[in-house]
Each structure stands twice: as structure tokens, then as C-alpha cells.
Design a binder for this molecule. Structure first.
Ligand SMILES: [Zn+2]
Length: 285
């Protein structure tokens, strides 16, 4: 485990805060400062725009508390994969554009002054897909949280397995689940936050295993896309299929939380889940 002594978000993240931000759902526009202050939730229609991992950390961690883990851990192209382009070129391009070694940022932080392990996926990095490096960083972050006896919080925004890494990607499902087992053995909570989208191998492994599972409004959550299911089953799917609200109504998700409420809700949950039993009884009395 290597932790950087200080974390400063890349300059490009600050640059997101210049120019207008246009909502992808209703096309209304906000000034960059307004959008950032509103956590990239549309003021007109409430749509939650996808945000980078750096922005997610900015929104959730107490200012100045985030310390990145595994700074130098990068993935590689083990299969020599080439589709219309070489996988290594796609990786290099994503690293430069998203200012990340791979599709996840993890580290130690505080939320509401409570020390936690915190990880955030970046959908802009090859669809937030679960590469070997992402799985390794996630597993190490969970293990580091367990060692430090801290709760673990992960915000997932991931299309699932990274097809360019084939079976190596699928192995990350077992690895991350095994790491979470270690956290559970120490009676430490895992809070899983599902952002748009959380699909495939990610929801089929670690993301569905939170002691508490929260989701942002109208996030797409499921294993296989609705179109593929319809084609395979010839069934008419119910309205709102694979949304946060759909899963919440059926018990998969504990609470659908507006992004602007996410930090206070996490703080409250962490306080309750981290408190000794006597304290909870007292505060409930
Ligand atoms: Zn809108």
C-alpha cells in the first residue's frame, strides 16, 4: 500500500468549472460555477449528470482529508487486445483525459470527520469498466480499510467487465468479493453507492454487497441491458425497468438519495454504523 502524502485534484477538474454546463436530459444550461455548486444536478429537471472520480471525491470527502492509495498501480494489456484500435492506445488516451491510472480512484478520507476508505469509479475511463488494475485497486482499498478498522464507501459507475481483458476482468469479481468478506469478518460496514450506470460484473459482485446500498435517482442498474433481455426473452419489460427507483421498490436498494443529500446521509449512516452499541442505544433513547 502506497499512500500519497497530499492529494490535489488535477487542474483539468478545476477547468470543468469554466463555461456553461448543458443538461443532457432537458438541455437547460447552468453556468459552470452554478453547476459545480449544485453538484452537477440539473436545477430545471433534477437529472444527475455523470461526474468524474476526482469530482466525486471533492463532493464527498471532508476538504483536505483525501489521501490516494496505490498511486503507481496501473494495468497492462496482457492479451495484446486489438479491436478497431489497440487497447494500449485506448488506455493511454483515457489516462490522459481522465487524469487517472485506471477507472477508479481510492484512498483514505474523512466523511463528516469519520475516517473511511473511499473509492469512486470514473465512467469516463473506458466506461468505468472492471479491469485487472481496477479490481486490484478496489481489493487493496477494501483490505486497507479493514486493516485500519475503517468503514468502506464505494461509489460505483461502471458498465461491468472490461472486455479487452477477457477472463482477467471476470476474476476481479471474485477478488473484490473475497476482500469484502475480510471487511465483514471484522464487523466493519461497507456502504455501496450506485451511480448511473452500475451494470454487468460490477452489480453482479461487489456493488450489490453493501451492508447499506444507496443509489442516485434514475441511475441505470442491472446486469444486462433491457434491449438484450427483450431480444432474448421476447417479454415486454415493466416501466422503469433497471432504474434505482425500480430496484428500491423491490428491496435491492435501501434508499434513493439525491446527490445533494448524499454527504449528510453518508455521515449519518457512518455515525450510526461506527458507534459502539451502547452509544446507539443512548441516542435512540
Ligand atoms: Zn435537466
Amino acid at each position: 500500500m502506497s499512500a500519497s502524502p497530499t492529494y490535489s485534484p488535477p487542474k483539468a477538474v478545476a477547468a470543468e468549472k469554466s463555461g456553461a454546463v448543458v443538461c443532457a436530459v432537458c438541455s437547460s444550461s447552468q453556468s459552470a460555477g452554478e453547476a459545480a455548486a449544485n453538484l452537477y444536478v440539473c436545477l430545471a429537471c433534477g437529472a444527475h449528470a455523470r461526474i468524474s472520480a476526482h469530482e466525486r471525491i471533492r463532493q464527498l470527502a471532508d476538504p483536505g482529508t483525501f489521501k490516494v492509495w496505490d498511486v503507481g498501480l496501473e494495468g497492462s494489456d496482457r492479451l495484446g487486445f486489438f479491436d478497431t484500435r489497440a487497447y494500449v492506445d485506448r488506455l493511454d488516451e483515457a489516462r490522459i483525459r481522465q487524469h487517472l491510472p485506471d477507472a477508479i480512484l481510492s484512498g483514505a478520507a474523512q466523511i463528516g470527520a469519520i475516517p473511511v476508505g473511499l473509492a469512486a469509479f470514473d465512467f469516463g475511463f473506458l466506461g468505468g469498466s472492471l479491469s485487472t488494475a481496477v479490481g486490484e485497486r478496489l481489493a487493496r482499498a477494501i483490505e486497507a480499510s479493514a486493516e485500519a478498522r475503517m468503514p468502506f464507501v464505494c461509489v460505483t459507475s461502471s458498465g461491468g467487465a472490461r472486455m479487452q481483458e477477457g477472463v482477467f476482468s471476470l476474476m476481479q469479481m471474485a477478488k473484490t468479493v473475497a476482500a469484502l468478506h475480510g471487511l465483514a469478518e471484522r464487523h466493519l460496514p461497507f456502504i455501496s453507492v450506485l451511480a448511473d450506470p452500475t451494470m454487468g460484473g460490477s452489480i453482479a459482485s461487489f456493488a450489490a454487497l453493501g451492508d447499506v446500498i444507496l443509489a442516485e435517482p434514475k441511475a441505470m442498474i442491472g446486469f444486462t441491458g433491457a434491449r438484450v433481455i427483450t431480444q432474448a426473452t421476447y417479454e415486454q419489460l415493466p416501466a422503469g425497468f433497471q432504474t434505482s427507483e425500480f430496484h428500491h421498490a423491490r428491496g435491492l436498494i435501501d434508499q434513493v438519495v439525491d446527490r445533494r443529500e448524499l454527504r449528510p446521509v453518508l455521515t449519518q449512516l457512518l455515525r450510526v454504523l461506527s458507534a459502539p452499541a451502547g452509544d446507539i442505544e443512548q441516542s435512540a433513547a
